[in-house]
Design a protein around this ligand. Structure first.
Ligand SMILES: [Zn+2]
Length: 269
């Protein structure tokens, strides 16, 4: 059986734009609330609300997305069958990446996981900004009761200049239990990896359709994620593409939330 987890990383365009002033790079609350409302409506109408919104936290905006108006949206997502996850951008885009700094990651993951659970939510999944991940993060996730990671993009090897951003060379392209020593290998930790299968923004629809057909033909259970971002909802053409992609994918696989994914992989990996 083929399963998809639709994931929306809660980033905004200006976060990544180094040409802007600090003030211009700050997120616009009203605009983001509107985009998230669109995101929730689309997920509800096309895939029955079963998706994961990854809540952004970073040194730039540590607690912006746990303000009451946002927490109300995260609750709405859960009440409609979706899940929320922790999305740590421990970075200064284009300059510095702290995903391998255990103390920083502990503080960032702990902060957001506790804020979300304190507000009655169930953060069950993690994804590093830029698909970054360090094996040092595995025990941190375990301590916070997060047993699902969606940072893996099999084969990805990303650098900014001399700085390593993300390394998923040799990683499996289906779910696995992560090794404490190497996040790209199967092992004995309590954290399960669900790799990226479909990147809606970068892959043409024809390629997405072919990939879905390939995945459907594989033997056994296949669980992969499908990636989009909150900033996509500022572009009507991209919103249309997301709708079309999800409609294609649901002909070949079943969309599930984080809880369903954990139940599915825990017994099998
Ligand atoms: Zn991100």
């Amino acid at each position: 059986m083929l399963y998809f987890i639709f994931t929306v990383d809660g980033d905004w365009d200006e976060y990544f734009d180094r040409r802007l002033s600090e003030k211009e790079r700050a997120p616009d609350k009203q605009k983001l609330l509107g985009l998230i409302d669109q995101e929730i409506r689309l997920a509800s109408s096309v895939i029955g609300g079963r998706f994961i919104h990854f809540v952004h936290t970073s040194p730039r905006v540590r607690d912006f997305f746990v303000q009451p108006e946002f927490m109300a949206r995260w609750k709405e997502i859960e009440s409609k069958g979706g899940s929320v996850g922790v999305h740590c951008h421990e970075d200064e885009p284009g300059r510095a990446y702290y995903f391998d700094d255990q103390a920083r990651m502990e503080a960032a993951v702990g902060f957001l996981a506790k804020k979300l659970s304190g507000g009655g939510l169930k953060p069950l999944a993690f994804r590093g900004g830029y698909m970054t991940f360090s094996p040092k993060t595995i025990p941190i996730l375990e301590e916070n009761g997060i047993f699902l990671d969606l940072s893996c993009d099999p084969g990805r090897f990303q650098r900014h200049g001399d700085v390593l951003v993300s390394d998923w060379r040799g990683a499996p392209d289906n779910f696995y239990r992560m090794s404490y020593d190497d996040h790209r290998r199967a092992g004995t930790s309590n954290v399960f990896e669900v790799p990226l299968g479909i990147y809606i923004e970068t892959q043409p629809l024809l390629k997405i359709w072919r990939r879905a057909r390939q995945l459907e033909k594989r033997k056994g259970d296949v669980v992969v994620s499908v990636l989009a971002h909150t900033y996509d909802f500022t572009r009507p053409r991209m919103v249309l593409k997301i709708k079309l992609a999800l409609n294609i994918l649901k002909r070949y696989g079943t969309f599930i939330n984080a809880r369903q994914a954990l139940d599915l992989v825990a017994g099998k990996a």
